[in-house]
Design a protein around this ligand. Structure first.
Ligand code: S3P
Length: 429
């Protein structure tokens, strides 16, 4: 349990953890490389630690010193002695299923924590089975644990019915060890970190509009680079700055991949005027320093097409909407019900308890603002993004907010509460 007082005005500089999605991908591609990858600013979150632990369990070499991580695969993967525990991380479970399904003869069981064992896995299992994968699991492979017996896969063409970067990447990782080419046709463009990393590491692939094709690849070449700060972690501070920083908040080295920054575009539409400084690229990914200060926000409509570019930012955008003039409507976001918790429900429950006018819909919310928030006891459902949203709410609420359990921030940003201490009550930049 943690009680957070009204934060008042904030100012200063925020440093972010390395991007979680990019860190997972660097680890899995490193596992397919004998030369190995060496990355700086690897995510400090528990989700990426789960990935590294699993990789070392099946024989990959993982060396971690502070933010620097080196990962390489050996001659072959070894059957792990125990269950591969993906913890709370959907990305670990799904990408690892794709990676291992195509290693002939290999055997492993993948499981996770209570929340992960409830999350849908058929979205990766079914297309992998169509490539020839031998995977069984709870409820016929709908849920973890999954048992994988690696097989020679055949590639093929896939058009997933959900817009999911995890599904896309799982199929591409499997495709690298398949016997023919593997194409994924997306309905909507999801985060393209895998494609950028394939490009950077010079792994043969072909991209056209919403399609990406990979070819059999015996060895992924090695590489060194620095991982940008996590835009999803930055989004909490972008909203915090927009609500409560007259002198401004600087958010350093933020990943600015356009497939991730939908929330910034929405906030600009709502009236935010962020400054994007020092734009550059690291490992093929855009990076910039962001500078945000208090802005008057107005309501907006967020439609299904935009959802993949801001799926993890919807809880904090909902908080921003409670402080905006007019109605904000979020539609086509049913996927949020299948994240670390049912985020549509958790956000509606938490923000209503603080006094917001928010109506839960099947696929989003209708939020009427601006609304004075007050203190209350709220539930996080052990979900890092819910904890951070409710904590940032304490900037604009009138009393203390008590959150039942805040330990889940370690999943993506262990330094979150330190950043709060650093910027709160400050009026000068
Ligand atoms: C992720 C993709 C998203 C996102 C998750 C990380 C990734 O999930 O919600 O936090 O690293 O590929 P989906 O693509 O499955 O929606």
């Amino acid at each position: 349990m943690r009680t957070i007082d009204r934060m008042g005005k904030i100012a200063g500089t925020i440093t972010l953890p390395g991007d979680k999605s990019i860190s997972h991908r660097a680890a899995f591609l490193g596992a397919l490389s004998r030369e190995g990858v060496r990355v700086d600013n690897f995510s400090s979150g528990a989700d990426c630690a789960s990935t590294l632990k699993c990789l070392s369990q099946f024989g990959c070499r993982v060396v971690r010193e502070d933010g620097m991580v080196s990962i390489s695969g050996g001659e072959e993967f070894l059957d792990p002695r125990g269950v591969l525990d993906a913890g709370n991380s959907g990305t670990t479970a799904r990408l690892m299923t794709g990676l291992l399904a195509g290693i002939p003869g290999f055997f492993a069981v993948i499981s996770g924590d209570e929340s992960l064992r409830l999350r849908p896995m058929a979205r990766v299992v079914r297309p992998l089975q169509a490539m020839g994968a031998r995977i069984d699991g709870c409820e016929g492979g709908e849920r973890l644990p999954l048992a994988i017996r690696g097989a020679r896969l055949s590639g093929g063409e896939h058009s997933p019915s959900v817009a999911s970067a995890q599904v896309k990447t799982a199929l591409l990782l499997a495709g690298l060890s398949a016997s023919g080419s593997t194409t994924v046709n997306e309905r909507r463009l999801t985060r393209d970190h895998t494609e950028i990393m394939l490009d950077f590491l010079e792994v043969p692939h072909h991209r056209e509009d919403l399609s990406i094709t990979v070819y059999p690849c015996n060895q992924v070449p090695g590489g060194n680079w620095t991982i940008p700060g996590d835009f999803s972690a930055a989004s909490f501070w972008i909203v915090a700055g927009a609500l409560c920083s007259e002198r401004g908040l600087k958010i350093e080295d933020t990943g600015m991949n356009p497939t991730r920054t939908g929330a910034l575009r929405v906030l600009e539409r709502m009236g935010l005027n962020p400054e994007v400084r020092n734009l550059r690229t690291w490992g093929g990914e855009n990076v910039a320093d962001l500078f945000v200060r208090t802005s008057l926000l107005r309501g907006t409509v967020i439609e299904a097409e935009e959802i993949p570019s801001l799926v993890d930012e919807l809880p904090i955008l909902a908080l921003a909407a409670t402080q905006a003039q007019g109605i904000t409507e979020v539609r086509g976001a049913r996927e949020l019900r299948f994240k670390e918790c049912d985020r549509i429900h958790a956000v509606a429950e938490g923000l209503s308890a603080l006094g917001a006018d928010i109506r839960e819909q099947d696929d989003g919310w209708i939020i009427k603002g601006p609304c004075r928030l007050h203190g209350a006891k709220v539930r996080s459902y052990d979900d890092h993004r819910i904890v951070m949203t409710l904590s940032i709410a304490s900037l604009v609420s009138e009393g203390e907010i008590t959150i039942d359990d805040t330990s889940s921030v370690a999943i993506s940003d262990p330094g979150f509460f330190e950043n709060i201490e650093k910027v709160k009550g400050r009026h000068a930049a």
